[in-house]
Design a protein around this ligand. Structure first.
Ligand code: NAD
Length: 300
């Protein structure tokens, strides 16, 4: 397969590397020259524009930061929709709002172009190792056609439902993980304030009803798990700003469907405040650092 690969940032670059390693060829495009250079260094051909990349591929893959970027890349002037061949399949792997995926899919369908959403979980580490979890929304035939390509980038490829359903699954997952980082941080701040050793507390909770992936895989408290971001000054990982964005997408999806989402909304604001206090580019586990107790003399 010759792949048009668009968006060669932190995630796109290692994903492209795995596609090339699996024997595919690619034409890459990124707005940022250094990101495009890095893709060319991996062995991809260079496209001069979105449309040029789209025209070159048997299949198009995009992994871009936000809903606005995806909409502009597909539907904007000089975008993918203008040059992608009739009958081609486009796979968007960005984390965006499901309504945008559905809107882009509908506009492409008018031109006889197919679209699936396939957001990922597993971070830069999973992208590099080729072990991403990939949640896919789209027609069965399109998903099966994409599966061998996706298998070069991930190990768990799950067809969730129609277009947009992959994004829904991703937002639901990140809602839970985002709230859990805050909950674990609050709980451990309380434990520590009472003088309880965080390692002992971890031992208790991991055998109790509060056990969570967050504590097991990326413990927010320094000194508990040598492999967690907390032990490298919260170098990311998954940035606080991206977690705030994903919780924002979950909250707006909840609002669209008239679902109350109070805890997700509170967690979103906490990450946004952490970002305002300089932690936006740190790992999202740094929310523990943000949730420090107030000074003894402060009235509460
Ligand atoms: P990034 O900012 O490192 O890379 C995105 C790239 O897209 C940038 O190089 C940017 O220049 C490029 N871009 C933006 N608009 C473009 C356009 N119109 N045409 C061409 N290129 C364009 O971001 P990332 O960390 O790679 O994340 C990408 C997506 O993956 C996001 O939706 C994010 O939520 C999701 N994601 C990230 C992680 C992670 O750990 N970083 C994990 C899971 C999912």
């Amino acid at each position: 397969m010759h792949i048009a690969f668009i968006g060669t940032g932190n995630m796109g670059r290692p994903m492209l590397a795995n596609l090339l390693k699996a024997g595919h060829s690619a034409t890459a495009y990124d707005l940022v020259p250094a990101a495009l250079e890095a893709a060319v260094a991996l062995g991809a051909a260079r496209a001069g524009s979105l449309a040029e990349a789209a025209a070159a591929g048997d299949i198009v893959i995009t992994i871009l930061p936000s809903s606005g970027n995806v909409e502009a890349a597909y539907l904007g002037a000089g975008g993918i929709a203008e040059r992608v061949g009739r009958g081609r399949l486009c796979i968007d792997m960005s984390t965006i709002d499901p309504g945008t995926s559905q809107r882009v899919a509908a506009r492409l369908a008018e031109k006889g172009v197919r679209f699936i959403d396939a957001p990922v979980s597993g971070g830069v580490g999973g992208a590099t190792a080729g072990t991403l979890a990939i949640m896919v929304g789209g027609a069965v035939g399109d998903v099966e056609e994409a599966r061998p390509i996706l298998a070069a980038m991930g190990t768990n490829i799950i067809h969730v439902g129609a277009v947009g359903a992959g994004e829904v699954a991703k937002l639901c997952n990140n809602l839970i993980a985002g709230v859990a980082f805050v909950a674990v941080s609050e709980a451990f701040r309380i434990g520590e304030a009472f003088g309880v050793d965080p390692k002992v507390l971890t031992g208790v909770i991991s055998k109790s009803s509060g056990a969570t992936w967050v504590m097991e895989k990326n413990h927010p408290v320094p000194g508990v798990d040598p492999n967690s971001a907390a032990n490298r000054d919260y170098a990311p990982g998954f940035r606080t700003d991206l977690m705030a964005q994903d919780l924002g997408l979950a909250v707006s999806a909840a609002r669209d469907k008239r679902v109350p989402a109070a805890v997700a909304a509170a967690a979103q604001q906490i990450y946004r405040m952490a970002s305002s206090h300089g932690l936006g580019r740190k790992d999202c586990a740094s929310v523990y650092r943000f949730l420090a107790p107030s000074p003894d003399e402060a009235p509460v």
